[in-house]
Design a protein around this ligand. Structure first.
Ligand code: ARG
Length: 399
């Protein structure tokens, strides 16, 4: 029996041609695996059929949307994860999930390798292969575009020659990756960072400069996880979808950055992630209300490290796992309600409450009823500033 390879299949030109290209170059039978992470667009059954028409021996579709939301997006939200303070890790979060299914299917079908359609210049190749290495170290990873020199021009020639059922969308100059957490757009005229993004790039968000009446929503959190919108309970996936619609309508979550890739290249990226940006704003506000100062401050360092690890393809690493335990523990009291005002590209927190709140009105108030004993501050400051005072004396005497 021929060896088998399981290919992460998107239905696009590169991975469609990749099926025959892999078979020709390696002699392996190709199993196509399409994972639904909420990328929308085409029907998954059509994608499955296309894989078979392109020569796959088997084509499998996995609806992983709920798993993606619950096991990947929610941990990222608890970590308020933004790579380089801006990017909510849209693609970086889907790769370990897709890899997990690649490794599972490869083992179930006795394949010796997996494949993906990434180039040799990006982060996604690293994420796929590092995840597979951690989950199924016996498998080899093959990247036809990178390792078997499958360029876009060759792909178009190959598709025409073999009459592959692929819509030639050579008109689209952008490289796009999307899922329910957001959308990433790169290349084309964006490669010059001086060029401003145009309205045409966006799909999840409306123009924030159009005048619209604001929307106000209340998000209920339980232990760091959003569980309801305006009092109505939803699954994590449904909350993300609902928020994409309402925050997207107000143009929330448009991001335009020059970002540092793991492979050393700086790249210009345009993202839109309405639900992610709205949820992180709300979650951070609830943490401000419920976390002790030291814990919140320390957590911010952990969050940055967590985002770096996930960006760098180390989702299944020991350090990431241990940081998850810490982050989960911090969420014990992160329960309550946040009111968000959505308008003009912004998600603004306008109300916050929690049964676990550490905010004490009687301590904070400047009105009567104040329970804070101000006389204690005098002695506190004496002792607090003592080290500074002593070293300042030394400074003065050593000159
Ligand atoms: N730069 C982002 C990342 O590394 C987005 C990658 C998007 N991928 C793509 N094929 N357009 O996570």
């Amino acid at each position: 029996m021929a060896e088998r390879v399981v290919l992460a299949y998107s239905g696009g030109l590169d991975t469609s041609v990749g099926i025959g290209w892999l078979k020709d170059a390696t002699g392996k039978e190709v199993v196509a695996l399409a994972v639904d992470v909420g990328q929308g667009g085409e029907d998954m059954d059509d994608i499955r059929q296309r894989a078979l028409d392109c020569g796959a021996v088997e084509a499998i579709v996995v609806d992983a949307r709920d798993e993606f939301a619950s096991d990947y997006l929610m941990p990222s939200l608890k970590a308020n994860a933004l790579y380089q303070k801006r990017y909510p890790l849209v693609s970086a979060l889907s790769r370990p999930l897709i890899s997990k299914h690649l490794a599972r299917v490869a083992r179930e079908l006795g394949a010796d390798s997996v494949a993906h359609g990434c180039t040799g210049k990006g982060n996604d190749q690293v994420r796929f292969e590092a995840a597979v290495a951690a989950l199924a170290p016996e498998l080899t990873s093959i990247a036809p575009v990178r390792d078997l020199a499958l360029t876009r021009d060759k792909a178009i020639v190959y598709a025409n020659k073999h009459n592959l059922p692929i819509r030639q969308s050579a008109a689209n100059p952008y490289s796009i990756d999307k899922n329910v957490w957001g959308r990433a757009v790169e290349t084309g005229f964006l490669e010059d960072p001086w060029n401003a993004p145009i309205e045409d790039l966006y799909e999840y968000t409306q123009d924030p400069n159009v005048n619209r009446e604001a929307d106000e929503i209340v998000i209920t959190f339980e232990r760091g996880i959003p569980v309801a919108l305006d009092g109505v309970a939803y699954s994590p996936l449904a909350i993300v979808e609902e928020l994409n619609a309402v925050a997207g309508k107000h143009g929330v979550g448009r991001i335009d950055v020059v970002e540092d890739r793991l492979v050393g290249i700086k790249s210009r990226e345009v993202y839109e992630a309405p639900a992610a940006i709205a949820l992180i704003a709300a979650h951070e506000a609830l943490e401000a209300l419920t976390l002790e100062r030291d814990l919140g401050r320390y957590k911010r360092g952990v969050e940055a490290e967590w985002a770096n690890l996930v960006y760098d393809g180390l989702w299944f690493s020991s350090l990431k796992r241990s940081l998850d335990v810490f982050i989960d523990d911090t969420q014990r009291y992160v329960s309550g309600e946040i009111r968000l005002l959505l308008q003009g590209g912004r998600a603004v927190v306008t109300g916050q409450k929690s049964a676990e709140s550490l905010y004490d009105f009687d301590l904070a108030t400047y009105d009567t009823g104040d329970t804070f004993d101000q006389s204690l501050s005098k002695g506190f400051i004496e002792i607090w500033s003592l080290p500074s005072k002593i070293s300042a004396r030394r400074e003065a005497s050593s000159n």
